[in-house]
Design a protein around this ligand. Structure first.
Ligand code: ZN
Length: 258
């Protein structure tokens, strides 16, 4: 009981006392602060800090009211600011590893279809789809969302060519992923084969590579056009500290020509 209270109390204080100066785009509540992921930046592998890896804002991670994570909030803000949330109307969406709270906004935008999918579905509403071998017709999807998925996929080149195949001409793919601008080339090595090694080398136990600044060329090499834009460009009015997002994380938006 005492343990539960020490866990719950910081959330209650941060999320339920009126007057908070931060704002969660997902649930539209004002909060005092966003809760850290594990131990915040103190828990991040030292190499990730040295390489200035752009990823989640682990110090301002979870909304104490709705539980939305920073990259989920950032994606919603990007979808709105880019006009993509309106564009969704009448389109078909394929959403990999769907976040818990974002689907509501996507469905409210009036798509023709919305399909949640995962390699390891945790609920009956989520379809089992392997990104490396999708049993989907070519040119059958208008928008793919894969928010922090590519870093988990065994063969990113194959995944990208599969994503390109299933997208309709003119369709978009949102491919957020952690990466280091300092690292010239994406780094993976078959010798990095334990949870501990992957945590140190890739930043998380289940990340199979660390993308470098070549991430953008890796994606365009599959045929995509880059529509990547930064926080400053799209969200100049959204003060990162206030909305709890990492301003260094760009909007990884790519389009299939046509
Ligand atoms: Zn919230």
């Amino acid at each position: 009981m005492a343990l539960q209270l020490t866990k719950v109390l910081p959330y209650a204080l941060a999320g339920w006392i009126p007057g908070g100066r931060r704002h969660c785009a997902m649930c539209n509540h004002r909060v005092w602060r966003f809760m850290p992921y594990r131990n915040g930046s103190r828990g991040v592998a030292p190499l990730m800090l040295t390489l200035e890896v752009v990823g989640s804002d682990v110090d301002h991670f979870e909304c104490p009211r709705c539980g939305a994570h920073d990259r989920e909030r950032h994606l919603l803000l990007y979808l709105r600011a880019s006009g993509l949330l309106e564009w969704i109307k009448g389109k078909s969406i394929l959403h990999f590893a769907p976040e818990k709270r974002l689907p509501r906004w996507l469905k409210e935008a009036g798509p023709a279809s919305y399909t949640a999918c995962d390699l390891y579905p945790q609920s009956p509403q989520v379809l089992r789809i392997d990104m490396l071998d999708m049993e989907l017709a070519s040119a059958s999807v208008d928008l793919v969302i894969a928010n922090h998925v590519l870093e988990h996929v065994a063969d990113d080149g194959k995944a990208l060519s599969e994503l390109f195949r299933i997208l309709a001409p003119g369709g978009y793919a949102i491919l957020q992923t952690p990466y280091s601008r300092k690292l010239h080339a994406t780094w993976s090595d078959p010798g990095i084969d334990t949870d501990q090694a992957r945590l140190h080398a890739h930043g998380q136990e289940d990340h199979v590579r660390l993308f470098g600044r070549d991430i953008f060329q890796r994606i365009t090499a599959a045929g995509f056009q880059s529509h990547v834009r930064g926080h400053e460009e799209l969200l100049a009015d959204a003060e990162p500290n206030k909305v709890g997002v990492n301003p260094a994380e760009p909007f990884f938006l790519f389009r299939k020509p046509g």
